[in-house]
Ligand binder design. Structure first.
Ligand code: F0G
Length: 467
């Protein structure tokens, strides 16, 4: 993926540069440059906001709260009401669907299941296209428009695609998405069709789609909206600001997220870190990432890292072993070669968090428990609760600590999974080398299948008694 140099557009800017995160490089590029990795060393880029130029950071809390009550377009978005920390000029045109401002729920049944006194769930599935991707996509598509790109593209396990398709439609831009054939839930695919994207179903997995995107990135008319794009991360980091606002600026002890391509964990880390640099909080929450066991390259690498002490950017290895045939029924996080693993690892190391994996059964049961709190999430999101339960059992989270789990997608994103779990027919295919593929049932502990009941009052009451 090479840098494509473009003439700086007039509205670009704000108060920021794009900077390579690799220690020993740190090269910077203007925000007007259409570039996804460092053209000097190939390292990942992030946006560096000039925090020093914010005259009175203490005022931001009140300004952001006031905007939440305003009816101006820019204020109604949970992303754009935090615009002092976004890399755009204050008057640049934006592409928004009023994303963000999602609820933070108390979840007592989930807390009990995890062994905690209390647990809060930040439901990013309550965004316009029902996943957390919208908070990033509003920034990425805004940037695409400013750069004059004609086509926005992404590889996706389904949610990024649905989100990009919607924002591209709002912006009147062409959208092309690459999806792994047969591995995307019908609901997510339906969204992308409805929003008018050009959908390319690829014979291969997500990692193959991502490799193709990196080849397409050299085309001058194309703009890549995967989380390798640092502007995406800028939108997504605002969830950290919202969590703090919703907790009245008391820093939670732990924030736990599912990990796939690892953009979201990177974004959370950046958001909290900026708040600390501005003096709006005095410590970082521990950021922990949970992957599905069959698609857990960073969890495996983390186990092998000898030390994970604070401030350890230099402790990031040059490479980690990727997973060549990732497998999990949580298709959103079925990723073996995550592009943002370096940034995510840095966020975890700097905050003193953990990276772990959970089994298919642990994940499926946790999803059903979240449901019993009256909160519906898609399978990948439930990796958080099952991971928290393990961290509590291991003594890495104490019962009385403040814990926030980020739910990344809505329950209606994958109704087939939910239905199979509750009817007892959930199963996963395994591909062991040298053996024929076999299906393994997943025996959930909290099924809730519908009952066929005769059409009379007595039968209904008897049925209720038996439950
Ligand atoms: N949860 C959901 C619901 C997701 O859709 C994804 C990623 C993740 C968690 C993981 O987030 O990649 O930032 O670590 N979905 C991408 C997609 C890959 O294409 O929709 P991450």
């Amino acid at each position: 993926m090479n840098a494509v140099h473009t003439t700086p557009a007039p509205c670009l800017g704000g108060n920021a540069v794009q900077r390579c995160i690799m220690p020993g490089c740190g090269e910077s590029f203007p925000t007007s440059e259409r570039i996804y990795v460092c053209s000097k060393c190939g390292g990942p880029l992030e946006i560096e906001i000039q925090l020093k130029s914010i005259a009175d950071p203490g005022k931001l809390r009140a300004t952001w709260r006031e905007r939440a009550l305003s009816s101006a377009e820019r204020d109604k978005s949970g992303v754009w009401r935090h615009r002092e920390l976004l890399p755009f000029a204050v008057d640049s045109p934006i592409v928004t669907l009023f994303e963000g401002n999602t609820p933070l729920y108390d979840a007592p049944r989930s807390a009990e299941y995890a062994g905690l006194a209390a647990l809060r769930l930040k439901h990013q599935g309550c965004n316009p296209t029902a996943s957390f991707k919208d908070t990033g996509m509003t920034a990425a598509v805004t940037q695409a428009k400013l750069l004059g790109a004609q086509t926005v593209v992404c590889a996706s396990t389904g949610n990024t695609a649905a989100s990009l398709a919607a924002y591209a439609a709002r912006a009147g831009m062409q959208c092309a998405i690459l999806l792994p054939f047969g591995q995307v839930s019908a609901a997510k695919l339906a969204q992308s069709m409805d929003y008018g994207a050009a959908i390319c179903e690829i014979n291969g997995n997500f990692d193959d789609c991502m490799r193709l995107i990196q080849e397409l990135a050299d085309e001058p008319s194309i703009y890549v909206a995967n989380s390798i794009n640092p502007f995406r991360i800028e939108g997504q980091k605002t969830v950290a600001f919202e969590i703090l606002e919703q907790l009245d600026w008391r820093v939670p002890d732990h924030v736990v997220v599912p990990g796939g391509n690892l953009g979201n964990s990177s974004a959370l880390g950046k958001g909290f870190s900026e708040m600390k640099h501005l003096g709006l909080i005095d410590r970082l929450p521990k950021i922990s990432v949970v992957q599905a066991e069959g698609a857990a390259p960073l969890a495996h690498a983390f186990k092998n890292l000898a030390s994970h002490s604070a401030g350890a950017a230099k402790g990031i290895p040059n490479e980690i072993p990727f997973v060549h045939r990732p497998h999990t029924l949580a298709t959103a996080i079925k990723i073996g070669s995550p592009v943002s693993w370096k940034k995510a690892l840095r966020a975890v190391l700097e905050s003193g968090g953990e990276i772990l994996s959970v089994t298919e059964t642990e994940l499926a049961d946790a999803k059903a428990i979240i449901g019993r709190d009256g909160i519906g999430c898609e399978p990948a999101s439930a990796a958080t609760l099952s991971g928290i339960r393990k961290l509590v059992a291991a003594g890495k989270i104490r019962k009385d600590e403040t814990v926030v789990a980020v739910l990344t997608g809505h329950v209606l994103k994958d109704p087939d999974y939910v239905s199979h779990y509750h009817r007892g027919s959930l199963s996963i295919e395994s591909h062991e080398p040298g053996k024929a593929p076999a299906r393994h049932p997943i025996h959930g502990r909290y099924p809730n299948a519908p009952a066929r009941v005769a059409a009379d009052k007595k039968s209904i009451l008897e049925n209720l008694k038996r439950r």
